[in-house]
Design a protein. Structure first.
Length: 319
């Protein structure tokens, strides 16, 4: 989704404190252990305004104590097989794993746009597979100006089935994020999928066996869901996870999707409940921070990584 301007970030978490040491002015995070935790804290560079090649991002991940790195399908598709193998070996030698790649297919617009995206996916998916990437994610718009719920459901079923089948051929899974934000849902005439229950219906209808959720604490909370909704999932129902917080003093139904905070910054979203329920599922994939926050995005690479990992560590420590 093209996000609107972000609310100014107030009080970025101070670097330091429990689980962190300072090295030359740069934070180096020690791994945070929580009882039963199998998921990995993933560096998603685009989500926090970090720029650089995959090799550079891997170095940032090591320096700041991340446990996974989001792969860049465009970059991987543009380099040789030997270079892909070298990157994968570099990742493994640093004791990191791949996070979830972004789906390059826009299935929300017309057929021409959709087919162009499929062509891009045909180029990227084999490169991602050679690198050892197993997960890819996208999101679903929770409303439409022209299509009724049923009409939109049929289009999503057809198009996402095509995408999921292509990824299955490469041994990859596809996750989608339902958008629970009420202000987004009310922005167009016809509401669409915006809850976990509705998402499960779409997954069942598509029926490819490699489709699941991008589970976001923001959308889980704005959709009015609770720990029991997550606890009802199996680990294989979840492809990737995002954790965020919400601005304080704003009613849930008035929250703006593009105005978020780093996890555990305000305590508005009950992140401990979210993560405890996630641990109970046995989920072992990537967890990233996706605050869509202007001030974070304007930080330099090291400062943005430091702010993100500090916030993520604080969230995990609450499990």
């Amino acid at each position: 989704m093209n996000r609107i301007s972000r609310r100014a970030f107030v009080g970025i978490c101070a670097v330091g404190g429990a689980g962190t040491v300072l090295l030359g002015g740069v934070s180096v995070a020690r791994p945070v252990q929580a009882a039963g935790r199998q998921f990995r804290l993933s560096l998603s560079p685009g989500a926090i305004g970090v720029q650089g090649s995959l090799a550079a991002v891997i170095e940032l991940a090591v320096r700041h104590g991340f446990e996974a790195v989001e792969p860049n399908g465009r970059e991987l598709a543009a380099i040789s097989d030997d270079q892909i193998r070298d990157l994968a070996a570099q990742l493994k030698s640093r004791q990191l794993v791949w996070g979830s790649a972004g789906l390059p297919v826009d299935f929300r617009q017309d057929e021409k746009k959709f087919n162009e995206g499929l062509d891009t996916l045909r180029l990227q998916a084999p490169a991602l597979q050679k690198a050892g990437v197993k997960r890819m994610g996208t999101w679903i718009m929770p409303c439409h100006d022209q299509l009724t719920y049923l009409q939109n459901f049929k289009i999503h079923t057809s198009r996402l089935r095509t995408v999921a089948q292509m990824l299955a051929d490469q041994g990859m899974r596809l996750g989608f994020e339902y958008v629970g934000t009420q202000s987004v849902r009310n922005s167009r005439k016809f509401p669409f999928i915006h809850t976990m229950a509705e998402g499960r219906e779409l997954i069942a209808e598509i029926g490819t066996g490699n489709l699941g959720f991008v589970l976001d604490s923001w959308h889980w909370w704005t959709a009015g869901e609770g720990p029991s909704d997550i606890a009802a999932l199996r680990a294989e129902d979840i492809v990737s996870v995002d954790i965020n917080d919400a601005p304080a003093g704003v009613p849930r139904e008035q929250q703006i999707d593009g105005q978020r905070e780093l996890p555990s910054s305000t305590g508005v979203i009950p992140i401990a409940q979210f993560l405890q329920a996630l641990v109970q599922t046995g989920y072992d994939g990537p967890v990233r921070s996706e605050p869509f926050n202007k001030a974070v995005n304007e930080l330099d690479n090291d400062a943005a990584c430091a702010a993100a990992i500090t916030a993520m560590r604080r969230a995990v420590e609450r499990i």
